[in-house]
Ligand binder design. Structure first.
Ligand code: ADP
Ligand code: MG
Length: 314
């Protein structure tokens, strides 16, 4: 038995090596952004790549971080799907822990919706939501929970959806255990409205590592992305975190009374935001619901002049 485990370990180590990128082979150019991950650079490794450099704080944390990191890299390398960012490899020698992925072109949905205030027609929102459901359905079928689905982690490249940062939540949280940003519960701004009631109820100061993430909590987060696409803003807009935690924790939802959308579209939202996790649909179900939505003919009204594949992409 121990020989078997030993051989298995060896095999895992060997297959990990295939994904090991020597840090010296990477060229790092400018910083693209800093997030919960640490720093993201535009880089080069056999072509253009994005390099996420994780900061390792103290030597005592190394072992724990390396194990978590290796585990998450092992998850990451199993993914091949049109709507998921391409994982290329990782640097796994502390203190240099880095994840190398393809460089996403275009902008994130967050940039489109909240910074550029681009309007998405219902038809375009459906196309985007379908692709997210396809990518997420694939992840779930492989047993991978995203844990951080949000418009900042969804790129739009010429109308094609590319989802990033799946399954990397724990290692980023480990590296940033005592998050300087965010409030006393360690809640970074803009994160709360993606958290399902069961997560909100489990929030404790600086303990987000142990939150009960599940496929159902990913579906809840998808609901919020769907709302942002349709309404151009976050649910519970302008409300303080305590008010959101109180409402979501006891099952209240963002009101949809001012939302101009068909019943079917609102029903998807309400189902994804179901208080009970087992009442939320899964992604294959969502995909077929989205595919059945009646398509409005694309009328070019002045209030919705944006045809995504042209004007809302860079
Ligand atoms: P967050 O997702 O919270 O914005 P990240 O650390 O994931 O934080 O990303 C930091 C910045 O790097 C963001 O502006 C993000 O859009 C950008 N970025 C992340 N991954 C990629 C990628 N694969 N290609 C291009 N830009 C990326
Ligand atoms: Mg990200």
């Amino acid at each position: 038995m121990t020989a078997f485990i030993h051989r298995r370990r060896l095999f895992e180590e060997l297959s990990m090596k295939e994904w090991d990128i020597p840090y010296d082979e990477l060229k790092l150019f400018e910083v693209i952004g800093t997030g919960r991950f640490g720093t993201v650079y535009r880089g080069s490794w056999h072509g253009a790549v994005a390099v996420k450099l994780l900061h390792v704080h103290s030597l005592t944390d190394h072992c724990l971080q390396l194990d978590t990191f290796k585990h998450e890299v092992a998850t990451f390398r199993k993914t091949r799907h049109e709507n998921l960012v391409l994982f290329m490899g990782a640097c796994m020698k502390p203190p240099r822990l880095a994840i190398v992925t393809s460089l996403c072109k275009g902008m994130t949905l967050h940039t489109h919706i909240h910074l550029r205030k681009d309007k998405f027609t219902a038809n375009k929102s459906v196309l985007v939501a379908q692709q997210i459901s396809q990518g997420m359905g694939y992840l779930h079928a492989r047993g991978i929970i995203h844990k951080d689905l949000k418009t900042k982690n969804i790129f739009l490249e010429n109308g094609k959806v590319v989802i990033t940062d799946f399954g990397l939540f724990s290692v980023t949280k480990l590296c940033f255990g005592t998050n300087a940003r965010g409030d006393s519960l360690g809640i970074p701004p803009g994160w709360l409205c993606y958290l399902a009631p069961e997560l909100v109820r489990a929030l404790r100061p600086h303990a987000s590592l142990h939150l009960p993430f599940s496929k159902d909590t990913d579906v809840y987060a998808f609901g919020t992305v769907w709302y942002e696409l349709l309404c151009g803003e976050y649910p519970f807009k302008g409300q303080p975190p305590e008010a959101i935690i109180w409402q979501v924790g006891k099952g209240a939802k963002q009101s949809l009374s001012n939302m101009q959308a068909s019943r079917d579209i609102k029903d998807i939202l309400m189902l994804c935001w179901s208080y009970r996790a087992n009442e939320r649909p899964d992604f294959p179900h969502l995909l077929s619901t989205l595919e059945k939505l009646p398509r409005k003919r694309l009328a070019r009204s002045p209030s919705h002049p944006v045809h995504l594949s042209r004007s809302a992409d860079s």
